[in-house]
Design a protein around this ligand. Structure first.
Ligand SMILES: Cc1cc2nc3c(=O)[nH]c(=O)nc-3n(C[C@H](O)[C@H](O)[C@H](O)COP(=O)(O)OP(=O)(O)OC[C@H]3O[C@@H](n4cnc5c(N)ncnc54)[C@H](O)[C@@H]3O)c2cc1C
Length: 371
């Protein structure tokens, strides 16, 4: 049984089905209604830890399969990291060598190449950029709706409007879950519940180091195709991406404390507009269609917590994605399915991402987090 019908929960169910295991997913609202439908659609392997890179290399292979198998919109349209400080350029040169060693073809490019990738950009105060041609974007709506449709067609259950209230234990392990629709028996339970994982495990005296940090995004009206890559302004921790329908989806980091109360903030609109109208002055005329706030479920080392819980047989976690759960959902779905069906994940680096790393003090470092 899987609790949580976001991208991660549905992908776990999808890859279990590929192994012949039919699961039940319960979702308290409707699939995708958590952070998945609020995400910026970006997919990349240009990270700074071997764990993130290994998971994302596999995910990128799986995204192509999901496009072919389910008809999910996915394209490798690249990421462009704009750099305007000498110290950032030096640091990114070391990340690029690290990524190249692990097979990720990122490269430093000059400003004329930036102009080719985004012809309407006005280049002010920029030194260079990093281009990641392997990165891309996909539709969260397609991923949820197409996998949900297929799961139900093949005899799995995806129950919307059913909330998990309490995980019940027997002397041997997991008995099942008390839900808003009654008790559901299951000796295997996966928590794909983002920050709510903390609340579900509290009654079992298991403390999970995940904090909800509010994040903001807006979307403009649609334009003709203006550029393909997702563009990041590293200095201001901001991003912009054009959706398949032509709208511009924009995010920018503003100071926020962990809180699951999601409030709209004028400060975000001011900052995001200032950053992107500097690069794209024509955006001053753009109408905003919608502004929303979701959260990154952040762990202390900005890596997810995935895998079985040492002290409770049958209980698995897949949460704490720190802003990268949509892109990772295919490979995380697959490794959790491996763990459940075969006892081991096929991506060995996933073994470093279990909860026990916090007890053992084996935290991992990731720098490339933005937005
Ligand atoms: C503005 C923004 C931009 C982002 N951009 C990107 C991006 O470009 N690329 C990327 O990879 N990631 C991005 N992310 C992060 C991404 O959205 C998340 O990491 C991802 O959606 C996590 O998926 P999930 O399935 O773990 O969580 P969710 O989608 O949050 O799903 C968890 C589900 O669990 C359900 N649930 C919780 N408790 C219970 C319960 N007790 N019973 C039943 N159901 C329950 C919730 O209702 C929810 O639907 C972004 C996030 C934000 C906010």
């Amino acid at each position: 049984m899987i609790i949580g019908g976001g991208s991660v929960g549905l992908m776990i169910s999808y890859y279990l089905l590929k192994k012949g295991v039919k699961s039940i997913v319960i979702e308290r609202k409707y699939p995708g209604s958590g952070n998945t439908y609020k995400c910026a659609t970006g997919i990349r392997a240009s990270f700074t830890s071997k764990e993130h890179i290994a998971l994302m290399k596999r995910s990128i292979e799986l995204w192509s399969e999901l496009r072919d198998e389910l008809g999910v919109f996915y394209e490798r349209s690249g990421y462009l990291w704009l750099l305007s400080r000498e110290e950032d350029l030096r640091t990114f040169k070391t990340y690029v060598s690290f990524q190249n060693e692990l097979g990720i073809p990122t490269k430093i490019i000059d400003l004329s190449e930036v102009k080719c990738l985004a012809p309407t950009i006005v280049i002010k105060d920029l030194l260079a950029a990093v281009y990641d041609p392997l990165a891309g974007k996909a539709s969260p709506f397609d991923l949820i709706l197409q996998s949900w449709r297929l799961l139900v067609e093949k005899g799995c259950k995806v129950l919307a409007g059913v909330e998990a209230k309490k995980i019940l234990l027997s002397k041997k392990g997991i008995l099942g879950v008390e839900t808003s629709a009654g008790f559901i028996e299951s000796s295997t339970v996966v928590l794909a519940t983002a920050y709510d994982t903390v609340k579900l495990l509290e009654p079992l005296n298991i403390s999970v180091p995940i904090e909800p940090v509010p994040k903001h995004a807006f979307i403009t009206e649609a334009y003709r195709d203006l550029f393909k890559p997702l563009i990041i302004d590293w200095t201001t921790s901001s991003y912009i991406v054009q959706t398949p329908h032509g709208n511009f989806l924009v995010g920018s980091e503003i100071p926020e404390r962990p809180s699951d109360k999601l409030l709209n903030r004028l400060e975000f609109l001011r900052k995001a507009s200032k950053v992107w109208t500097k690069y794209f002055p024509w955006m001053k005329e753009a109408y905003l269609l919608r502004y929303w706030t979701g959260y990154y479920d952040m762990t202390p080392d900005h890596h997810p917590i995935i895998g079985p819980l040492d002290d409770l047989e049958g209980l698995y976690i897949a949460a704490g994605f720190s802003g990268h759960g949509f892109m990772m959902s295919p490979s995380v779905g697959e490794v959790i399915a491996d763990w459940i069906a075969e006892g081991r994940p096929r991506v060995p680096e996933a073994l470093n991402l279990s909860m026990s790393r916090f007890k053992k003090g084996k935290l991992i470092k990731e720098i490339a987090v933005f937005g």
